[in-house]
Each structure stands twice: as structure tokens, then as C-alpha cells.
Design a protein around this ligand. Structure first.
Ligand SMILES: [Zn+2]
Length: 467
């Protein structure tokens, strides 16, 4: 698979080169901010100066600085400008706000677009940033930002690819390619191996598709030893029709995005390899395509998961928890996770509860939950903890099997969480992050255009950094 990646370079000058100069000014009286879309950009072509007027610097939060940087690089791309120069001034936005890195984090994450299938759009944008020499000591930090921005570009493209390009088989092959290129190990389990180990969750969900299910295991070992790894499990339903519990005309639109939990895991593994993080990290992607055919699984079917637990299928549209169950079991059977964290676009209910501002956080471990919550606040990929009381279990107790895969409409996102909890062994510190509302943009903001946004990658980098 081909990725069109934007070349981004950083240069330092003694004498200011004659490129477009970026001046960021305080608008003073304006009480709106870039956060609400307020940013006046004026390009004076005679003087070659790009003037950006934003809200008061004193009100510029870290996240607003990110959005400001992203909005500017998006603008530069749109206007085909390939070089930008920061003036050498004593008093500028960075000396006043100290938000140098957040600004450039936004700058290098912004300017992304998924236009590889369009014939007309500008495709080969590259950007060179020219900074006064006094910033040369920040080079390492900027290079690190560029590394995870690259991981996010690849993740967003993978996430945006439609299901006629990305299915469980091609996703696995793409992981192989990325692992070879960026340096993490990749193990792919096909339907035969999955049958041999008894992974009936991920197999049943995908059995209606010609593109058979895959369990993809990625490993980064930054320490070259056998410490207990951080294990991430991602739901990757490359397309979710709902199966025989078929989605509606409207509900089925956008179901290529039902793989974004898995994509978050791939993006984090890419970033871990590029940054050479000094941790052992394992990523497990449970990939299946949920289709309708004479081979597809049905409501009332009773399936046996990798854990041995049986599940009665109430609705074939509650398939994410079935593939995740096998991913979580595989993780615990083959590794002793220090932390076990799953990412999934699991429920519409979490979108009803939290909208697209915060993702749902479920955990059996207060310390892990607190660490994740804090990482969310710091990265602005924010979480909100949801309950997992034992009483919720009654709703998913099976009539004819150990469990059933739906507990009805009440507390819908919690039913997903309590279901997954049944697959956690020996109090392994575990968290489930439901990203159904946060993993794609319905409209463009400073960092992302419409589509997959890589939610969770920066969250996990922040989490890991503080361990
Ligand atoms: Zn579904």
C-alpha cells in the first residue's frame, strides 16, 4: 500500500532567508480564540509577510497553541507555500506563552489531508520551516514531534482508506510492510491458525466475508529484555454492515471507520518504533469484516471464544466485543501485561453520553485509570471514566451460554465494558477506551480535516512518557 507522505524539514538561520515570514500577533480586543475558529490570516504578498492575528496570548492554552499551529500549516498547504520563516524577535508568542512545542506539534500534525484518490488536488506539498538560530537547541524536540506526526499521518490514511482497499487481509499485509520499514516485529495469524487455537470470537464475526479474519501481533522492544510489556488491543472491523442485524441506510455510512481502534494501536506502534521508546510494547489488532452471506454468523448462534467462555449472539451488530474478547485473551495467554489497554469504536451509546469531546474510559484499576485520565488532560485527547459495577453483569448473563453479547439499550456503553471485563484474568490492570465518538472528525478543526484523526496515539505517548 502506498502512503503519500508530506516532507517536513527544519532549518536554522543566522541571516533571515527571503521566504514568507510568519508573524503571529495578539489581536488584543478580540475575546474569541483560535479554539472557536478565530484566527485572522492575512497574507501580504508585497512584503512577503503572513500575519496571523489570534486571541490574547495570555489566554492561549496549550491546546489552543496546538490548534493555532495546525491551522497555519493547513493554510500554507492550501496556498501551496513550501517555505516559512520565523522572524528573530525578542518578544514573540513563544517567549510570552512558552508554547513553542505545542505550537509545532499542531503545525506538524496539521496540514494533513486524504486526497490520494483525487485527480485535481495539490498532492506533493512539502514544508520547510526556517527558524532563528537561537532555537537550534530545540531541534531534538522538534524532530521527535515530526516522528509521531509521521505515525499519525500513516494512521489517519489507513483509517480513511475504504473497505474495498483495507480489509483484514490487506490490513495485516500493510502492518507487515510498515513493520519492515519502521522496525517492529509483525506476526499475522490467519484463519487456519485462529481455528487451531480456538479463537471463535474473531473468526465468527468475520466468517461471512471472503476476506477472512486476522489477529495481528506487533511488538516493539525498546529495552531488548523480557520485562512485562504494555499490551494494547485494538478493534479493527474493516467494515461493519451489522451482519444479519443489519444497519440502516444511515447507520451503515462511515462504517469503514469501525477499524479505528486497531488503527490507533498501529499508529502507536509506529510512533514507538520511530521514537525508539525505551519500553516493551505489544500491539494486538483483532481484524474482521462483518458481512452478510450464507456463511455469516446469525443471531441465536452460540460461539466459543478463545477464553473458552461461550457467548449467545443476541445481535450480530455487537461484534466488536467478540473480536476484542479474543484479542484480550490472546494478550494474557501469551504475555503478562503490565498494563492491558484496549481501544475500540465500540458503542453508539458512548457518543450519546460524551459526544465527540471525551472518550469513555472503563477500568478495573484505579491507578491505571488515573494515569490515563491525566494523560488525556495533558494531550487534549480527553477521557471520562465510566462505571463497571458488578450489578451490570446481570444484563449480559447468557440464558443458554456463559454470556450474551448484548444487554439491551440501557447503559449500552457499560454493557460493552462489563462484557470485556469477563475476559480479564487475575486482576490484570486493564482499561477499555471507547473511541466511537472521538476517533474521527465530522468537521475540520485546526489539526484534522474530516475523517480519521488518530485519537489515542498522543494519549498513549503521554501515558507511556510518564510511567
Ligand atoms: Zn457493529
Amino acid at each position: 500500500m502506498e502512503f503519500t507522505l508530506t516532507e517536513k524539514t527544519i532549518h536554522y538561520y543566522d541571516t533571515k532567508p527571503n521566504y514568507v515570514t510568519l508573524k503571529i500577533l495578539e489581536a488584543g480586543q478580540q475575546n474569541q480564540s483560535v479554539y472557536q475558529g478565530y484566527l485572522e490570516i492575512d497574507f501580504n504578498t508585497t512584503d512577503n509577510i503572513l500575519v496571523c492575528q489570534t486571541g490574547k496570548f495570555s489566554e492561549l492554552s496549550v491546546q489552543k497553541a496546538r490548534l493555532l499551529g495546525g491551522t497555519i500549516s493547513t493554510w500554507l498547504k492550501k496556498h501551496g507555500i513550501n517555505n516559512i520563516c520565523l522572524p528573530n524577535e525578542d518578544e514573540d508568542i513563544f517567549s510570552i506563552t512558552n508554547h513553542f512545542y505545542p505550537f509545532f506539534e499542531g503545525f506538524f500534525i496539521g496540514g494533513y489531508s486524504f486526497d490520494k484518490y483525487k485527480q485535481t488536488d495539490r498532492k506533493n506539498w512539502s514544508i520547510a520551516v526556517h527558524l532563528p538560530k537561537k532555537y537550534a537547541d530545540k531541534n531534538e524536540g522538534l524532530i521527535n514531534i515530526q516522528k509521531y506526526a509521521l505515525a499519525m499521518d500513516i494512521a489517519r490514511t489507513l483509517g480513511n482508506e475504504p473497505a474495498n482497499v483495507i480489509n483484514p487481509v490487506s490490513l495485516a499485509e500493510t502492518c507487515r510492510q510498515l513493520g519492515d520499514q519502521y522496525g517492529f516485529t509483525v506476526k499475522i495469524m490467519d484463519e487456519i491458525e485462529l481455528t487451531n487455537i480456538g479463537a471463535g470470537g474473531v473468526l465468527s464475526v468475520g466468517q461471512g466475508s471472503v476476506n477472512k479474519s486476522r489477529l495481528i501481533v506487533l511488538e516493539h522492544n525498546g529495552l531488548q529484555d523480557n520485562e512485562n510489556p504494555i499490551v494494547l488491543v485494538g478493534k479493527a472491523i474493516t467494515f461493519d454492515t451489522g451482519g444479519y442485524s443489519l444497519k440502516s441506510v444511515e447507520g451503515i455510512q462511515g462504517m469503514k471507520y469501525d477499524k479505528l481502534g486497531g488503527i490507533t494501536v498501529i499508529g502507536l506502534m509506529l510512533a514507538a518504533a520511530l521514537l525508539n521508546l525505551p519500553q516493551r510494547i505489544v500491539g494486538i489488532i483483532a481484524a474482521a469484516e462483518n458481512m452478510v452471506s450464507d456463511f455469516a454468523y446469525r443471531p441465536d448462534d452460540i460461539i466459543k471464544t478463545l477464553s473458552g467462555k461461550t457467548v449467545e449472539i443476541i445481535t450480530t451488530d455487537a461484534e466488536g466485543r467478540l473480536v476484542l474478547a479474543d484479542g484480550l485473551t490472546y494478550a494474557q495467554n501469551n504475555y503478562s501485561p503490565k498494563y492491558l489497554i484496549d481501544f475500540a469504536t465500540l458503542t453508539g451509546g458512548i457518543v450519546t453520553a460524551l459526544g465527540n469531546v471525551r472518550a469513555g474510559l472503563f477500568s478495573n484499576n484505579d491507578d491505571l485509570a488515573q494515569k490515563l485520565f491525566t494523560a488525556g488532560e495533558n494531550s487534549a485527547e480527553k477521557l471520562w471514566r465510566m462505571p463497571l459495577d458488578d450489578e451490570y453483569f446481570d444484563f449480559i448473563k447468557g440464558d443458554f451460554a456463559d454470556l450474551k453479547n448484548s444487554g439491551g439499550r440501557k447503559g449500552h456503553p457499560i454493557m460493552g465494558g462489563i462484557f470485556l471485563k469477563q475476559f480479564i484474568q487475575n486482576n490484570t490492570p486493564w482499561a477499555h477506551i471507547d473511541i466511537a465518538g472521538t476517533s474521527k472528525n465530522d468537521k475540520a478543526d485546526g489539526l484534522n480535516p474530516i475523517g480519521a484523526n488518530g485519537f489515542g496515539i498522543r494519549l498513549m505517548l503521554e501515558f507511556i512518557k510518564n510511567l
